[in-house]
Design a protein around this ligand. Structure first.
Ligand SMILES: *[C@@H]1O[C@H](CO)[C@@H](O)[C@H](O)[C@H]1NC(C)=O
Ligand SMILES: *[C@@H]1O[C@H](CO)[C@@H](O)[C@H](O)[C@H]1NC(C)=O
Ligand SMILES: *[C@@H]1O[C@H](CO)[C@@H](O)[C@H](O)[C@H]1NC(C)=O
Ligand SMILES: CC(=O)N[C@H]1CO[C@H](CO)[C@@H](O)[C@@H]1O
Length: 242
C-alpha cells in the first residue's frame, strides 16, 4: 500500500511547483494571446485569383506573316529586317501568338481607334474574372491599371469604371508609360493600399498594348520590343479580408 506523506517541506514544494506551473501556464497563454493579437493586427494581403487574357484566334499572326509585314512596310533597312527575323525566330515567340488587328493590315494601322479596340478586347478578362467568382463590380474598393505605353484620356482606369459600373468612390490608379516595371509596381501599390484600407478588395489590370507601339526605325535596342512583345494581359484580385 502506498501512502503519500506531506511533510512541511514537500507541501511547500508542491506549492512552489504549482506556482511555477501556473506561471508557465500564464506565460504560455500570454504568448498565445500575443500571437493571436499579432495575427489579427498583421496586414495580410491575399491573392484571391487571377486570369490571363487569351486573344481571339482571329488575332493570331504567324512568324512568317510578321516578317513579311515588316518587309512590306518599307520602314526598316536590310540589317534591321535580318535582326528582327533572327530575334523572332529564336525568342520563343510561337506561331500562335497574337497581334492586334491594326498590325494585320498592310500597311499597319496605328490609329488611336485601333488602340482603343485592342484595349477593349483585353478588358474582356475583367468580365471573366468577375463572373468566375461571382463578384459584383460595385464591391471593388481599389482599382489599378497597368499598361506599358498606352495612356489614353479618359484613362484606362476610368474606362473600366464606366464599362463595368464600379462605385464612384473606388480608389483608382492608372500606371502607364513605365514599361514592364509597372506590373511589379502595381502589385506593390495594391499591397501598400491594402495595408491602409481595411476590409478591401483590389483589382489590378495589367496589360500590353501593341497597336500604336510598334517601333518603326532602325535602332536595334528599340527593335527588340517588336520581337518580344505580343498581345496580353492579366487581371489580379487581391484582398485583406479574413
Ligand atoms: C512556325 O511555322 C513555320 C511554318 O509552318 C515553321 O517553319 C516554324 O518552325 C514555326 N515556328 C514555331 C516557333 O513553331
Ligand atoms: C475604328 O472604329 C470603328 C468604330 O468602332 C470601327 O468600325 C473601325 O473598324 C475602326 N477602325 C480601325 C482601323 O480599327
Ligand atoms: C505591366 O504592363 C507592362 C506594359 O504593358 C507589361 O509589359 C508588363 O508585363 C505588365 N505587367 C504584368 C505583370 O503583366
Ligand atoms: C495619365 C492618366 O490617364 N491619368 C489618370 C489616371 O486615373 C485617374 C483616376 O481615374 C485620372 O484622374 C487621371 O487623369
Amino acid at each position: 500500500m502506498k501512502t503519500i506523506i506531506f511533510d512541511q517541506t514537500s507541501l511547500s514544494d508542491v506549492i512552489i511547483i504549482f506556482f511555477t506551473q501556473f506561471n508557465h501556464l500564464a506565460a504560455t497563454s500570454l504568448i498565445l494571446a500575443f500571437i493571436i493579437y499579432i495575427l489579427s493586427k498583421s496586414n495580410r494581403v491575399y491573392l484571391l485569383d487571377f486570369t490571363c487574357f487569351l486573344a481571339p484566334d482571329s488575332d493570331r499572326l504567324p512568324i512568317s506573316t510578321f516578317i513579311e509585314h515588316t518587309e512590306f512596310s518599307g520602314k526598316y533597312n536590310t540589317i534591321s529586317l535580318d535582326f528582327q527575323r533572327k530575334v523572332v525566330e529564336r525568342s520563343g515567340i510561337g506561331n500562335e501568338t497574337c497581334l492586334p488587328p491594326g498590325i494585320h493590315f498592310l500597311p499597319f494601322v496605328y490609329s488611336l481607334n485601333a488602340t482603343m479596340e485592342e484595349v477593349k478586347t483585353v478588358f474582356s478578362l475583367v468580365k471573366n474574372l468577375m463572373t468566375k467568382h461571382n463578384i459584383n463590380p460595385r464591391s471593388i474598393d481599389i482599382l489599378i491599371t497597368n499598361c506599358s505605353l498606352t495612356s489614353p484620356t479618359p484613362s484606362l482606369a476610368s474606362l473600366i469604371i464606366n464599362k463595368f459600373g464600379l462605385r464612384s468612390n473606388v480608389k483608382s490608379f492608372n500606371l502607364s508609360g513605365m514599361g514592364c516595371s509597372a506590373g511589379i509596381l502595381s502589385i506593390s501599390l495594391a499591397r501598400d493600399l491594402l495595408k491602409v484600407h481595411k476590409n478591401s478588395l483590389a483589382l489590378i489590370l495589367s496589360m500590353e498594348s501593341m497597336s500604336s507601339n510598334v517601333y518603326q526605325g532602325n535602332v536595334k535596342s528599340m527593335l527588340l520590343a517588336n520581337c518580344l512583345f505580343r498581345m496580353g494581359g492579366a487581371g489580379i484580385l487581391l484582398s485583406n479580408k479574413k
